[in-house]
Every structure is written in structure tokens, then in C-alpha cells.
Design a binder for this molecule. Structure first.
Ligand SMILES: Cc1cc2nc3c(=O)[nH]c(=O)nc-3n(C[C@H](O)[C@H](O)[C@H](O)COP(=O)(O)O)c2cc1C
Ligand code: SF4
Ligand code: SF4
Length: 272
């Protein structure tokens, strides 16, 4: 079997990026992907591997802030092939530019970037599609990952970004990054909450505390929407627009996987 010595790092809210990272790892015969979240406390993250992948969701037409902070810590060998795989639901924006810049803090920049269109989880604007549509999107995503595996083995130069800097787009992009971590003030919880604590367990950055059996958000939010999508009682809303918009997670990704990403003991978690 063609084997690549690779480090694959991922960040995920609803499992799409983890499913992609796992498929990549299997196709490259690489070790299991590692959560970026586990490396956020150290000053640097070092890897000696010749192939390094960062797999993440597009958030507001760019990489999530946590992914950029992770990339700034990353040290790789001079000759390493460093590639990004950005999962997205509608428009991937500038999925790679800022990542390239962040990587250059401690390493050379991005060698290649690839997009994977899959199920859109941004329910403040887009209702979840029907199950059949979701299945088709995931199958398309799997097929795309298989093509990326071939490209990576051939040291491909990647894809162009789907991005044009227009005035309205620029304003949206910049405003979405402003006060990102404290926008969790928009979360609210309904009377359906039974205090189970799942939201706190899946939060990758420990941003949720239970106070009198109700979640309280502490303004370190990364906007991954894991809490909202994984709540078994559908008791979490964002602003006024997520009611009846559906909830989602990738069917191959379990609650235990999310708890593992968050770095907390998974003994009380049940399969999602
Ligand atoms: C806060 C937020 C912002 C998003 N912004 C975009 C976007 O700009 N363009 C897009 O195509 N999808 C966007 N999405 C959808 C995700 O990129 C997509 O569903 C992704 O596959 C989710 O990956 P995950 O399951 O690994 O978290 C956004 C999702 C969230 C939660
Ligand atoms: S996951 Fe949902 S039901 Fe459980 S504590 Fe959080 S908001 Fe309440
Ligand atoms: S509070 Fe919710 S949206 Fe924010 S980082 Fe935690 S799980 Fe993600």
C-alpha cells in the first residue's frame, strides 16, 4: 500500500471535517487525525512529518479563528508538503489566504489548498436540507476527498480560492470576525433543557458552564455551533432565527468523538 508519513490535524463542530480528516488518513495510510484543540496551550506545535494536513470548516468565508491560532504555532520541516482541506456548505470564500499568512509565522506557508463541499450547518440562515439531499452531499464529499488523496500523493498544487474582494463582501468578512468570541451572547436556552450537560461536554474550548442545570456561555466562543447541534433536546437557539431550522451532525461522528476533541473524559457520553 502507498503509505505517506503524515500529520493530519482537524477542527470540527458537527463532524463534517472530522469525517473528511479520517477518510484522508485512511487513503494516505496515515495515523488517525489529531484535534487541533489539544495543542492550543503550547507555544508551538512541532511535527517532523513530510506531509501535514489541516482540515477545518469554513466559517464566514474564512478559516475559524482557532485554526488560524493553531497554524501560527505550527513548525514543520522545510521541505514538508503542507495542505489545507476546507469543508463548506455554500461558498468557501477565502478559505486559504489567511491560513497561509498564519502558517508563515513559524513555518513556510501553505503548499496546496483543497475544498470539499458538504452539508451546510449554518442554521441561523440555512435550514437543514432533507435527509436524501444530505446523503448526496456527503457522497459527493467522499468522492472529492478520494480525488484529493490522489492529488496529495502526486504533490499537487491545489485549487484556486472561490473569492473576489468586493466592497459588500469585504464588510461582511471583517464584521464577522469582530468580537467573535463574545457573540455567544446570542445563544439562549429553552424550557426543553433537562440539564444533561452535553453542550458543555462537546464544547471544544470549555466555553459552557452549567449554572443551576442551565448552560451559561462565557465569551470564549469559537462559533463552531457544536453546542446547538448536539443538544439532544434541541433546546439551544441562536438569535431568533434557528427555531425549526433543523439540527445536524455527520452520521459517522459520535458524541464520544466530540467529547474526545474537547479533551474531556468520555465515560458518561453515549453515541450520537
Ligand atoms: C459560524 C459558521 C459560519 C459558516 N460560514 C460558512 C461560509 O461562509 N461558507 C460556507 O460555505 N459554509 C459556512 N458554514 C458551514 C460550514 O462550513 C460547513 O457546514 C462545514 O462543513 C461544517 O463543518 P464541521 O461539521 O466540521 O463543523 C458555516 C458554519 C458555521 C457554524
Ligand atoms: S445539551 Fe441541551 S438539554 Fe443538555 S444541558 Fe445543554 S441545553 Fe440543556
Ligand atoms: S459555546 Fe458552542 S459554538 Fe461556542 S465554541 Fe463552544 S460549542 Fe462551539
Amino acid at each position: 500500500m502507498f503509505r505517506i508519513s503524515a500529520s493530519i490535524y482537524y477542527f470540527t463542530g458537527t463532524g463534517n471535517s472530522l469525517a473528511v480528516a479520517r477518510r484522508l488518513a485512511a487513503g494516505l495510510a496515515a495515523p488517525p487525525p489529531a484535534p487541533m484543540v489539544h495543542f492550543m496551550d503550547g507555544e508551538t506545535v512541532g511535527t517532523k512529518e513530510g506531509t501535514v494536513a489541516l482540515v477545518y470548516p469554513v466559517h464566514h468565508w474564512g478559516p475559524p479563528d482557532l485554526v488560524l491560532r493553531f497554524a501560527k504555532k505550527l513548525k514543520v520541516p522545510q521541505e514538508a508538503y503542507v495542505f489545507a482541506v476546507a469543508t463548506y456548505g455554500g461558498h468557501s470564500g477565502r478559505a486559504f489566504q489567511d491560513l497561509d499568512k498564519a502558517l508563515k509565522v513559524n513555518a513556510h506557508g501553505l503548499t496546496a489548498g483543497y475544498h470539499v463541499k458538504t452539508v451546510q450547518n449554518y442554521v441561523p440562515v440555512f435550514p437543514m436540507p432533507r435527509e436524501g439531499v444530505q446523503r448526496d452531499l456527503r457522497e459527493g464529499a467522499d468522492a472529492k476527498v478520494d480525488r484529493i488523496i490522489v492529488a496529495v500523493k502526486e504533490r499537487g498544487s491545489g485549487e484556486k480560492e472561490h473569492w473576489r474582494w468586493r466592497p459588500g463582501v469585504r464588510t461582511y468578512y471583517l464584521s464577522s470576525k469582530r468580537k467573535l468570541h463574545s457573540k455567544d451572547g446570542l445563544f439562549s436556552v429553552t424550557d426543553d433543557c433537562d440539564g444533561c450537560g452535553t453542550c458543555a461536554r462537546v464544547c471544544p474550548v470549555g466555553n459552557i458552564e452549567l449554572l443551576e442545570d442551565r448552560p451559561s456561555w462565557m465569551h470564549r466562543c469559537e462559533q463552531c455551533f457544536a453546542c446547538l447541534h448536539w443538544c439532544p433536546r434541541v433546546a439551544i437557539e441562536w438569535g431568533g432565527s434557528t427555531v425549526n431550522m433543523g439540527r445536524y451532525h455527520h452520521p459517522e461522528v459520535t458524541l464520544e468523538d466530540m467529547v474526545e476533541q474537547a479533551g474531556r473524559p468520555s465515560s458518561n457520553a453515549s453515541s450520537g
